[in-house]
Design a protein around this ligand. Structure first.
Ligand code: GLN
Length: 281
């Protein structure tokens, strides 16, 4: 079969749950995964062969995708900031807006050496690990309440063979450490319960609610706890970065100021939504 026949056949299998363009891009991801080659090399091959092993894997993928399982959980990985991360059911799938947050931090600090950095709520470890790889000899600590997050982050730390990063199971509301951090970063849960109705079922049915949702009446609960932690464990002159709910920027700015920090910048993402905050102590 030719590559384009494979893509057509696979897209057809998926059109009940995905629109055409999504079905097409998922089919390409499957092709790259199954044939261990990029799309360009697959196109120039005259034919691709589905041997029995690949066939079994293929139908397994298709049946999971038809049940609505996100492709990143089906394949067990996702790309973030140009790197391939292990991703499993139980941790959030990386989002593009988070890439923008990471990029901001790297641009701000790429010339500084040996920074001590805390990430609160590491999930799969994407933020902490990119910072560990892109900054100059930083020392990074990640915390998360979820065992699964710790496990997936550790698998990614091993995958990239990193020595300058550790991850611990810790409750943010009971955080204890005698380390003083130069930078604290977090992408905590910030989607309000009432916003669930605006979300895709793919997210609602498969991604961890613990990493996404907050009560409608106290949506900044995690930010407040992180700021209180920063009152103790962030160096004076240290900097904090948050990914935020686009509707809660102003409220969060007031909270940052009221808790004694200097609000610095509210940044918009590529879709022009206010999505990231930087503050100083
Ligand atoms: N941006 C994510 C979403 O819309 C939410 C991430 C979070 O709650 N921290 O699904």
């Amino acid at each position: 079969m030719t590559y384009s026949e494979f893509i057509r056949k696979t897209s057809n299998e998926l059109t009940n749950i995905y629109c055409e363009s999504e079905a097409n891009s998922i089919s390409k991801m499957l092709a790259q995964d199954l044939f261990k080659a990029d799309n360009t090399s697959l196109i120039i091959q005259n034919s691709i062969i589905l041997d029995p092993d690949i066939k079994e894997k293929y139908w397994n993928y298709i049946s999971l995708l038809k049940r609505g399982v996100p492709v990143q959980y089906v394949l067990g990985y996702s790309f973030f900031y140009g790197y391939r991360f292990n991703i499993e059911n139980g941790v959030l799938i990386p989002r593009q807006e988070t890439e923008e947050l990471v990029d901001w931090i790297i641009k701000d600090h790429k010339k500084e050496e040996s920074l001590s950095i805390l990430e609160v709520g590491t999930g799969s470890g994407i933020i902490a690990i990119i910072l560990a790889m892109e900054l100059l000899k930083p020392k990074i600590m990640g915390i998360d309440i979820s065992e699964k997050a710790i496990e997936v982050t550790n698998s990614n730390i091993q995958k990239f063979k990193l020595k300058n990063i550790s991850v611990e199971k810790q409750d943010l509301f009971d955080f204890k450490s005698n380390i003083m951090f130069d930078i604290i970063v977090s992408n905590p849960p910030y989607v309000r319960e009432f916003e669930k109705r605006l979300m895709e079922s793919l997210v609602l049915e498969h991604e961890p609610h613990q990493a996404l949702f907050v009560n409608d009446d106290n949506p900044l609960v995690y930010y407040e706890a992180i700021l209180k932690l920063a009152q103790i464990n962030l160096c004076s002159g240290g900097v904090g970065y948050f990914e935020i709910n686009e509707s809660l920027g102003n409220e969060l700015e007031s909270m940052i100021t009221n808790l004694g920090f200097k609000m610095d910048a509210l940044r918009r993402d590529i879709n022009n939504k206010p999505r990231m905050i930087r503050f100083y102590k």
